[in-house]
Design a protein around this ligand. Structure first.
Ligand code: HDE
Length: 703
């Protein structure tokens, strides 16, 4: 057999008749015990065609380790992507809290993990689902975890219902589907029987549940927390994260198609932004709620199915998080990170919210299962970055080598060992009196007012999306009784919404009559809850796709690319073949995708630059026709040249303000129009929106 050359240029030799040459380097390959390995290609056997030998300790060790590579995935939030970064406090928040990381310019390393909730670790990134938004702050006073979601309320009020809720949304246990989708019987059965879920269901059916990017999501701590100042005075607050790039969502049809085009759409997007140095950032806000007001509110601040409108209680910015480093190793960091709402630092305390109270148990319990024992705090990603000493010892996989004989306190044998400190964590001295009982507070009983307020705070476009989402989801429910029951709740929330959904389902007049436990009130709309009313006119952090074909104007492609990049967006070229297209001047322009591999759903705005011959080829290519049709139907701004007209005709693209001719001043016009976002009016032709008053303009003070 001829001696093959190693691709790496490393010296090689042969391993026998069936083998490739060994590759050697200056670094010896070893077993886990450090024994150098001479042959990692063949098991030890009795004769070249004989059975393998059990004495092959090298093979046994390698295979055993492989067999144990997986740990249990998270029971919820299994699918996640994470990054390292820094949190910088603005001016001192000492008025509210003594937490050191929230004082004058303090810089704190952070690790943030974003997740879907229902699907498994290998599921796609863009289902309709709530997103987790968990941040670990490695502060000088210990680890603080802010374990939130991208929606400010939750499905249930009491932790004891969490296993039921999660079972209902996960794949149905007999058939094992659907994966990562709430559009099935068990979910709608549970939520329609659980009125407290109705507010969160409105959010889950809104565009909040199909975010465009992890970089463009808000985050919320959901529960009311308590801050304590240096004197122990307390302030009740909610936590809010706001993305610097603005909040943005996909459309439902896009989300579905992205799932096929790029399963890792959100993970790749976060990775690519960080790799390109376009570091995603969020501002952190607190929303103080004066204790004196609590009793007079129409909802209970301990009820996690309610939000506190920011028009009534404005937000105060306390700092900014910037994510600037992708993890080195997915398993060691993103998979093994262990969040816990009870990882608190001095100056931050919990409240009696019965959902939060239950979480304080669940997260340690789940880490014991997933990470195998009580020493998960020693894993690099979970390790506090400040000194940590106590008398806890031993346990599974203990890594610290504790020295000395004092593993207890009080002790006199090590006077300089760890001791309590007056500056240590103290809980708020809240007076407690109560009768032991299992009872939901009367103040938790209004389940529909905030659902109505949320709906009425949306623009007509967003309201139509909500109606469409209800229609789609309920159309996947085979039990008619469940559909009728959910329609009954919509009747209480908003009669027009209920009528639209019933009509779209073909079930007009079939809603079950449901008597709410408390008649809803009409709260003031909260414009801050609408994505579109608060959209940022920018292309920053967005992605523009340019479909090119033979005969295109190379100078125009270059000019457009420069203008888009200047506006802060990324450009990708798409062509019939990934090798590229030949421009009119004979120059070959390389593409990033072939057209079927780079559908327009991957982009925020699109352009088509082709010559006449190239356009003929595009018209004959179904993927190219779909590219143009989807870009138009998803309401995207579309830059075009005259030669692209046959493709536009084939794709039924109608000329409107969002279809911009690129010649002359067209490039600047394209960028200016694309910054404004989508041309939502095109949806009117697809589904007529309900006649609704738009919500008022956002209150400036709290944005
Ligand atoms: Fe969680 N949740 N949760 N949750 N949760 C978990 O902990 C739980 C709830 C949230 O990226 C688990 O480490 C209970 C609300 C996020 O690693 C588990 C209840 C909110 C993540 C758990 C809730 C969240 C989790 C599974 C009701 C928003 C992912 C794996 C009482 C404020 C963190 C794990 C990550 C993960 C329990 C409700 C957010 C089982 C019992 C409300 C972002 O412990």
């Amino acid at each position: 057999m001829a001696k093959a050359k190693s691709g790496s240029g490393a010296p090689t030799d042969q391993t026998g008749p069936a083998g490739e040459p060994h590759q050697h380097s200056a670094v010896p390959l070893t077993t886990n015990q450090g024994t150098p390995i001479a042959d990692d290609q063949n098991t030890l056997r009795a004769g070249a065609r004989g059975p393998s030998l059990i004495e092959d300790f090298h093979f046994l060790e390698k295979m055993t380790h492989f067999d144990h590579e997986r740990i249990p995935e998270r029971v919820v939030h299994a699918r996640g992507s994470a990054a390292h970064g820094t949190f910088v406090a603005y001016k001192s928040a000492a008025k509210y809290t003594r937490a050191a990381f929230l004082q004058n310019g303090a810089e704190t390393p952070v690790f943030a993990r974003f997740s879907t909730v229902a699907g498994g670790a290998g599921s796609v990134d863009t289902p309709r689902d709530v997103r987790g938004f968990a941040v670990k702050f490695y502060t000088q006073e210990g680890v603080f975890d802010l374990v939130g979601n991208n929606i400010p309320v939750f499905f249930i009020q009491d932790a004891i219902k969490f296993p039921d809720f999660v079972h209902s949304v996960k794949m149905e246990p007999d058939v094992g589907y659907p994966q990562n989708a709430s559009a099935h019987d068990t979910f709608w059965d549970f939520v329609s029987l659980t009125p407290e879920a109705q507010h969160m269901v409105m959010w889950a059916m809104s565009d909040r549940a199909i975010p465009r990017s992890l970089r463009m999501m808000e985050g919320f701590g959901i529960h009311t927390f308590r801050l304590l100042d240096a004197q122990g005075a307390s302030t009740l607050i909610k936590w809010h994260w706001r993305p610097v790039l603005g909040t943005q969502s996909t459309t439902w049809d896009e989300a579905v198609k992205i799932a096929g085009a790029d399963q890792d759409f959100h993970r790749r997007d976060l990775h690519d932004a960080i790799a390109a140095g376009a570091f995603p950032a969020w501002e952190l806000f607190i929303q103080p709620i004066p204790a004196a007001d609590v009793e007079s509110l129409s909802y209970d601040i301990l009820d996690a199915t309610k939000l506190v409108p920011e028009e009534e209680y404005p937000l105060i910015a306390v700092g900014k998080m910037t994510l600037n480093r992708w993890p080195d190793n997915f398993f060691a960091e993103t998979e093994q990170v262990a969040f816990h709402p009870g990882h608190l630092v001095p100056g931050i305390d919990v409240t009696n919210d019965p959902l939060l109270q239950g979480r304080l148990f669940s997260y340690t319990d789940t880490q014991l299962k997933r990470l195998g024992g009580p020493n998960f705090h020693e894993l690099e990603i979970n390790r506090p970055r400040c000194p940590m000493r106590n008398f806890q010892r031993d346990g599974m996989a203990r890594m610290t080598v504790d020295k000395g004989r004092t593993n207890y306190e009080a002790n006199s044998l090590e006077p300089n060992g760890p001791r309590e400190t007056p500056n240590g964590y103290t809980s708020f001295a809240e007076p407690m009196v109560g009768t032991k009982l299992r009872q939901r507070s009367e103040t938790f009983a209004d389940h529909h007012s905030q659902a109505r307020m949320f709906y009425r705070s949306q623009t007509p476009v967003e309201q139509q999306h909500i109606a469409n989402a209800f229609t789609f989801e309920l159309s996947k429910v085979s039990s008619k009784a469940v559909r009728k029951r959910q329609l009954g709740h919509l009747m209480i929330i908003d009669k027009e919404l209920a009528a639209t959904v019933a009509d779209q389902l073909g079930m007009t007049g079939e809603a079950e009559i449901i008597t709410p436990s408390r008649e809803p009130i009409d709260m003031e709309p909260s414009p801050a809850l609408s994505i579109l009313l608060n959209a940022k006119p920018t292309l920053e952090g967005r992605k523009v796709g340019i479909l090119i074909a033979d005969g295109c104007d190379g100078a125009l492609v270059a000019k457009l690319r420069t203008a888009i990049v200047k506006a802060g967006a990324v450009v990708q070229l798409v062509a019939p073949k990934v090798g590229g297209a030949v421009a009119a001047n004979g120059e070959k322009i390389e593409a990033d995708h072939m057209v079927s591999g780079g559908p327009s759903v991957l982009f925020d705005a699109c352009a088509i630059i082709t010559g006449d011959d190239g356009c003929d080829a595009l018209v004959a290519n179904p993927a190219a026709v779909q590219w143009a049709a989807d870009a138009f139907n998803h309401c995207k701004v579309l830059g075009v040249v005259a030669a692209a007209q046959p493709l536009l005709d084939k794709a039924a693209v109608k000329l409107d303000d969002g279809v911009v001719e690129l010649s002359g001043k067209g490039v600047d016009m394209f960028v200016a129009t694309a910054k404004k976002g989508r041309i939502w009016g095109r949806e009117d032709a697809q589904t007529p929106p309900p006649a609704k008053k738009p919500a008022k303009a956002p209150a400036k003070k709290s944005r």
